[in-house]
Design a protein around this ligand. Structure first.
Ligand code: IPE
Ligand code: IPE
Ligand code: MG
Length: 250
């Protein structure tokens, strides 16, 4: 693919989060079963992970399966879990080669044991890697993440003597799956829907948002570079005036 997009290497988003949507429609448009869309979507994942590493993105968070996606027909859920297992098994060597460390955001205990075992193995074997942090959001829901955080903070107040007045943004962030990571600078949603679908509601409070009509299996390097180029054109003001933002780049 011709590389037409020029990026400013000093303004690469540190954390990019992607809602990978549109696999089903991609398949349906071709008269194929939905699962074929998910299968093609895996190729987009491979490409975007590769390019992210090359660009020096620090964290890439991919929404792969939501808490709500468990409501899909069991046959589709099974197929998605199978694809996940295959992806993890076949990518391990590549992730190690590219210095990528894999993490999971979400209810790991809900993932079927034979998939979870592979997931945990890949997380463990890549934990020392120092390049891209690849967060897979699996059985992830922002509200359930917040409930977990609130329950843990409440427990600490009752059992560990935490003073409720110490609960601030930092402490809440430290109790989410994304603890220790910067908030996403850029949120991309493929498939054209203008909604968040319960993704990272706390973390994206100041993310730049790019919704693209491109369906996930069609979203490849060039689309990704365009999205980052568009991000680089934006002025992030964080509530200040344009002049202030210009003077004191956060
Ligand atoms: C996104 O594609 C993948 C998952 C949610 C697992 P979809 O399967 O939602 O595709 P559409 O939205 O039906 O086209
Ligand atoms: C969001 O896509 C979840 C993932 C991409 C994993 P959905 O297809 O599940 O979102 P809705 O249901 O259209 O909001
Ligand atoms: Mg969808």
């Amino acid at each position: 693919m011709a590389e037409s997009v020029k990026l400013n290497p000093d303004n690469i988003p540190a954390h990019i989060a992607i809602i990978m949507d549109g696999n089903g429609r991609w398949a349906q448009q071709r008269g194929k079963p939905r699962i074929m869309g998910h299968r093609s979507g895996v190729e987009s994942v491979q490409e975007i992970v590769q390019v992210s590493g090359e660009l020096g993105v620090k964290v890439l968070t991919l929404y792969a399966f939501s808490t709500e996606n468990w409501k899909r027909p069991p046959i589709e859920v099974q197929a998605l879990m199978g694809l996940l297992k295959n992806y993890l098994q076949s990518e391990l060597a590549n992730l190690i080669k590219n210095d990528v460390s894999l993490r999971c955001l979400g209810q790991k205990d809900k993932i079927p044991p034979e998939v979870r075992q592979v997931l945990e193995k890949v997380i463990e074997q890549t934990s020392g890697n120092k390049g891209l942090i690849l967060n897979l959001a699996l059985s992830y829901g922002s509200r359930s993440e917040m409930i977990m955080a609130v329950q843990e903070l409440a427990r600490k107040c009752v059992e560990d003597g935490l003073d409720y007045r110490q609960i601030d943004e930092e402490l809440i962030s430290a109790h989410l799956y994304t603890r220790g990571l910067p908030d996403p600078d850029l949120l991309i949603r493929t498939g054209g829907e203008f909604r968040l679908s319960n993704f990272l509601l706390w973390q994206i409070s100041y993310s730049e948002i790019d919704v693209t009509e491109t369906l996930w299996p069609d979203f490849r390097k060039e689309n990704f570079l365009k999205s980052i180029a568009d991000f680089q054109q934006r002025q992030r003001r964080f509530g200040k005036t344009g002049e202030q933002a210009q003077a004191t780049k956060r």
